[in-house]
Design a protein around this ligand. Structure first.
Ligand code: SF4
Length: 346
């Protein structure tokens, strides 16, 4: 693919063109600002074709930061001596109360692989039920590798989306990142969920030792799952973790990969997360072809995000009103709820 094709590339994708590995390699190798701007433009063109100026809004509730795992990149890995919390049922109900009518399209219930819930998964199913009854909105669950029976029960109680990130499909890198965890176990959990009628989200990290070949492997790996949402996040070193000192000058930027995701997965939800650079970062990600804002926190919340660029900041700028104001200044707007439900097929 010649670079001068980039500005009409969007049209080819809409007509059904599929990227080859050579195309992916060429796109991942782009470096000049001019070429990258053309790539973002092509991705926006594809996004706008399918979604117009409409953006979806996902509320993030990290209800337990306990975890039994030791992911090398993660602040919440069980070896890190940090303050943790687990919301009670009443606290979750109170949080739901603050979310009523706020304008979210979906509620993301996230936890680490908390032994409290893994020892008795009914507790988790009950939470799903509570949030469904309170808010009557689509629910995404991000509970880690839950057993199939629990996934089924959660689905019956109203969970619509299952998020489980592989982080990489390069098995050597996977072993370094998701220490001691089964690669296939994650793939199979996602596959099972999809078969049971869940929408699924997969995701990869960049800037964490992935080169172009490994990134292509990951992009192709995600494709095999037939995902409904695909995410890329920049690795941010976290204090107290094995990778706290890891720094990489990578030209595989999150924005470049977001645009490539849009070209590979034209009709998918692609997140613009607030977790790394707040609302200014959201604008860049939407301009690269994303269409769902994630990691929006309940107003005045002290709940955690995942990478949490703002962990030590007094003022947090992650509430839905600030997000909507900025969307409007970009000429974009929140989608209607029925548009979101059409995407989910629920
Ligand atoms: S990424 Fe998830 S599973 Fe891994 S340590 Fe962090 S919270 Fe636990």
């Amino acid at each position: 693919m010649a670079l001068d094709e980039l500005d009409r590339f969007g049209e080819k994708i809409i007509e059904g063109f599929q990227l080859s590995d050579d195309d992916l390699r060429a796109l991942l190798s782009l470096e000049s600002e001019e070429d990258l701007e053309k790539l973002y433009y092509a991705a926006r063109k594809v996004r706008n074709h399918y979604f117009g100026n409409r953006v979806f809004l996902n509320c993030f509730i990290y209800f337990s930061t306990y975890c039994k795992n030791q992911c090398a990149f993660c602040y919440y890995n069980c070896k890190n001596e940090i303050n943790r919390y687990r919301l009670t049922k009443d606290e979750i109900k109170d949080t739901c109360e603050t979310l009523k009518g706020a304008g979210f399209h979906m509620i993301d219930l996230t936890m680490g692989e908390d032994p409290y819930y893994y020892e008795d998964p009914e507790r988790f199913v009950e939470l799903v039920q509570i949030v469904k009854e309170e808010l009557k909105l689509p629910i995404m669950i991000s509970p880690g590798v839950m057993d199939n029976a629990t996934l089924l029960k959660a689905r019956e109680k109203g969970a619509n989306f299952f998020a489980l990130y592989q982080e990489t499909y390069d098995t050597e890198l996977y072993r370094k990142l998701r220490v001691g965890q089964s690669f296939d176990g994650r793939v199979n959990a996602r596959r099972f969920a999809k078969e049971q009628g869940y929408c699924i989200e997969d995701g990869i990290l960049t800037g964490v030792g992935n080169d172009i070949t490994s990134t292509i492997q990951s992009l192709r790996g995600m494709k095999t799952n037939d995902p409904d949402m695909v995410r890329v996040m920049t690795f941010l070193p976290q204090e107290g973790t094995p990778l706290s000192e890891f720094r990489e000058i990578s030209n595989l930027s999150e924005l470049k990969i977001i645009s490539i995701l849009r070209l590979m997965f034209p009709k998918c939800l692609i997140p613009a997360s607030l977790d790394l650079e707040g609302i200014d970062g959201m604008v860049h990600r939407l301009n690269a072809g994303a269409n769902i804002v994630t990691s929006i926190l309940p107003s005045d919340s002290r709940l955690e995000g995942v990478a949490n660029y703002d962990r030590d900041l007094e003022e947090r700028d992650r509430d839905i009103k600030s997000v909507i104001r900025r969307l409007e200044s970009m000429g974009m707007e929140p989608a209607q709820q029925d548009e979101f439900e059409a995407v989910l097929g629920c």
